[in-house]
Design a protein around this ligand. Structure first.
Ligand code: E4P
Length: 220
């Protein structure tokens, strides 16, 4: 499974890249706004850090022709940009046109398996089901991912599933068990994947015993 990081924060992206486990980045207008930086400059900086891994940058138009123009502009900034397109009829139309031009589209704001089917039919490179937001309204986000995995498998679609709106490490585990291609993980959840109290206790014990041995050998 590939790990993307769901942030526009450069320090977080650099840290994840430094760990050697980062395959790509997803951003959205909210994540960029949180950083209070110029959109174009930040996306180019991110693209430099993670190249050749894909970096999703989202259009803000809602009409197909405008989305297509915006997507072409975004794609001109760096080779590894995937254009994020909202899952609305004009978005699906734009995805079809952009995919035929060879521009990778990440269809976002997906909340049902039927929506994911539309994105795959339109030639999307990625589909982003938002599991956390589904869970927030009392639905089962992961069951939507399970259905998408099944449907894409039934018809051998090439569209990769990005499990998005991840809230905690269990979402990452469930995504991996279901065979989703990618999890896009916020930095705090990514950090939590490392943690286990028995790892800390075990390491402390090993280091203490090693020190004890050195002391015994020095005293002998
Ligand atoms: C996906 O690409 C989105 O940027 C993101 O996962 C949305 O997550 P949220 O529901 O925490 O805003």
């Amino acid at each position: 499974m590939k790990f993307f990081i769901d942030t526009a924060n450069l320090d977080e992206i650099k840290q994840a890249a430094d760990w050697g486990i980062l395959d790509g980045v997803t951003t959205n207008p909210t994540l960029v706004a949180r950083e209070n930086v110029a959109f174009k400059e930040r996306i180019i900086e991110i693209c430099d850090v993670v190249a050749p891994g894909p970096v999703s940058a989202e259009v803000v138009s809602v009409e197909a022709e405008e989305m297509i123009e915006e997507a072409r502009e975004l794609r001109s900034w760096a080779e590894n940009i995937a254009v994020k397109i909202p899952l609305i009829p004009d978005g699906i139309k734009a995805t079809r046109a952009l995919s035929e031009e060879g521009i990778a589209c990440n269809v976002t704001l997906c909340f049902s398996a039927n929506q994911a089917l539309l994105a795959a039919k339109a030639g999307a490179a990625y589909i982003s089901p938002f599991v956390g937001r589904l869970d927030d309204v009392g639905a089962d986000g992961m069951s939507v991912v399970e259905d998408i995995v099944q449907i894409y498998d039934n018809y051998a679609f090439d569209t990769e599933i990005i499990v998005a709106s991840i809230r905690h490490p269990i979402h990452v585990l469930q995504a991996a068990l279901l065979g989703a291609h990618i999890a896009t993980v916020p930095f705090d959840s990514l950090e939590k994947l490392f943690k286990h109290p028995l790892t800390d206790i075990g390491l402390k014990g090993f280091l203490a015993d090693w020190e004890k041995l050195q002391k015994q050998l020095a005293d002998a």
